[in-house]
Design a protein around this ligand. Structure first.
Ligand SMILES: [Zn+2]
Length: 458
């Protein structure tokens, strides 16, 4: 690892220790991550998707259930740290027996009847809702969208580094995303954050905070070896869930005396919801807009197709497509390499992303620091991204370049490998990111190598 990166990591570690040192019982402080959207855009995007969801999902149409969810939700949001943003919280009951719930950016919360039926008491339902509300407060939906945009065309990275105003374009593009798309697919680190903040909200609202881990653990135990609840497909279970929740409870000062666990209102609404007619599944869900066939895409073909961009030309495998791009970059990969998780959400799991970072002219020394800057920027939104092989000097179209290997979480689940090649240009740097799940990486590394060998810079 280059010295300057190591130094800044040490600095980071040191400040973290100082922050935690004196107050051992201090609650964890959480803040939203990198986001190209404003909180107002969260509301705009969420409202649109919520309207879509209400049209497409079977709703309970039970005013008492919606009123109860609203009352319970308000009790939690009154104690939720939104970093000063006021969201227009809305709560809806969905007539779907699968155990799931989702919250759209801006605070539009949908709770399946199945979740109410599976909860043994109000604290368990409050826990699911507190977890969802924390995703809203931490703005995980548009943070994910920001990341997907960055992965797609490098435009997000470009905007973040150079202050380009890309937010408006992103909203337009997101307008076509339906509920359950990129806005609702969370990483394990986002899950831990939602658990921790949700535990705080439960505690502050007078609920037994242990319900946070208990409900999810119960679901996992009950469904071992069977179909896991839908909840876990959007919310992958983080490691050490119970331990992390217990740790936070300790920081908060332990389980409060007289913590609320149940209410007559909850039991009454649960009985009502259980009497609702069951809506037959098979109607497409709001998030079933995906078109990618299941399974890995076909191996990259050896015959190539030519591409002419403004700053470079190259050849790419004939069975790949250009999946995106603008004046700053392009994305190539198999059509089904855009992982869709059945949602219309676009994150590249297989393929090659090309982007540019414009700035002052980059000499060979500058290339190293520009490459580090790019990797750091990627790591901000991919906290599990790690360098597995340090930058090594290579040549790209006779120009000095750097080759770095990384590991990361794959958007399709499991681990992926990334190979980043950066090359200096008179007006900045061009980068190539080759991505594939770990198990198939060698095949894709070869295909990307063939593409890189064909690159002609202008
Ligand atoms: Zn979650």
């Amino acid at each position: 690892m280059p010295a300057s990166v190591r130094r800044s990591l040490l600095f980071f570690a040191a400040t973290s220790v100082v922050a935690l040192g004196p107050a051992f019982a201090q609650r964890t402080q959480l803040k939203p991550g990198w986001n190209l959207f404003s909180p107002q855009q969260d509301v705009q995007v969420g409202k649109q998707a919520a309207g879509d969801a209400q049209r497409k999902l079977p709703m309970c149409n039970l005013p008492k259930a919606d009123a109860y969810l609203t009352q319970l939700g308000k009790r939690l949001t009154d104690h939720l740290n939104t970093n000063g943003v006021e969201y227009p919280w809305e709560f809806h009951c969905v007539n779907d027996r699968s155990i799931n719930a989702f919250a759209l950016p801006g605070g539009y919360v949908f709770v399946n009847r199945g979740t109410i039926e599976a909860a043994d008491n109000e604290a368990e339902l409050a826990a699911v809702m507190a977890h969802e509300l924390s995703h809203v407060a931490l703005r995980h939906g548009t943070n994910q969208a920001t990341k997907a945009q960055a992965a797609q065309a490098g435009v997000g990275i470009f905007g973040a580094i150079f202050g380009g105003s890309t937010g408006g374009a992103l909203v337009t593009q997101l307008g076509s995303f339906t509920a359950g798309g990129v806005l609702l697919k969370y990483s394990r680190s986002a899950e831990t954050q939602a658990d921790v903040m949700g535990t705080q909200a439960l505690y502050d609202s007078g609920y037994d905070p242990r319900a946070m881990a208990q409900f999810f653990e119960k679901l996992e135990q009950e469904t071992k070896g069977k179909n896991p609840p839908e909840f876990f497909s959007d919310h992958p279970s983080p490691d050490h869930r119970v331990e992390r929740v217990n740790e936070e409870i300790d920081k908060l000062g332990g389980i409060p005396a007289n913590a609320r666990r149940d209410s007559a209102d909850f039991e009454a609404v649960k009985r009502q919801v259980m009497k609702l007619p069951v809506v037959k599944k098979g109607v497409p869900r709001a998030d079933a807009g995906g078109s990618a066939p299941p399974g890995p895409p076909p191996a990259p073909s050896e015959s190539m197709t030519a591409y002419q961009g403004s700053g470079l030309s190259l050849n790419y495998p004939a069975n790949w497509k250009q999946l995106g791009g603008d004046e700053n970059g392009a994305v190539f990969g198999p059509e089904s390499g855009v992982v869709n998780d059945g949602s219309g959400h676009a994150a590249l799991a297989y393929g090659l992303t090309i982007g540019s970072v414009m700035g002052q002219g980059t000499d060979s020394g500058g290339l190293e620091s520009a490459t580090q800057g790019l990797i750091k920027e990627l790591q901000k939104t991919n906290p599990n991204m790690k360098v597995t092989r340090q930058a090594q000097s290579v040549k790209l179209n006779e120009q000095p370049a750097l080759s770095t290997y990384l590991a990361n979480d794959s958007p399709g689940g499991g681990k992926e490998a990334d190979w980043i090649v950066t090359v200096a240009r008179p007006d900045g740097m061009i980068y190539f990111v080759c991505t594939a799940p770990e198990g198939e990486f060698e095949t894709y590394r070869k295909a990307c190598g063939a593409v890189l060998a064909s690159v002609r810079l202008r």
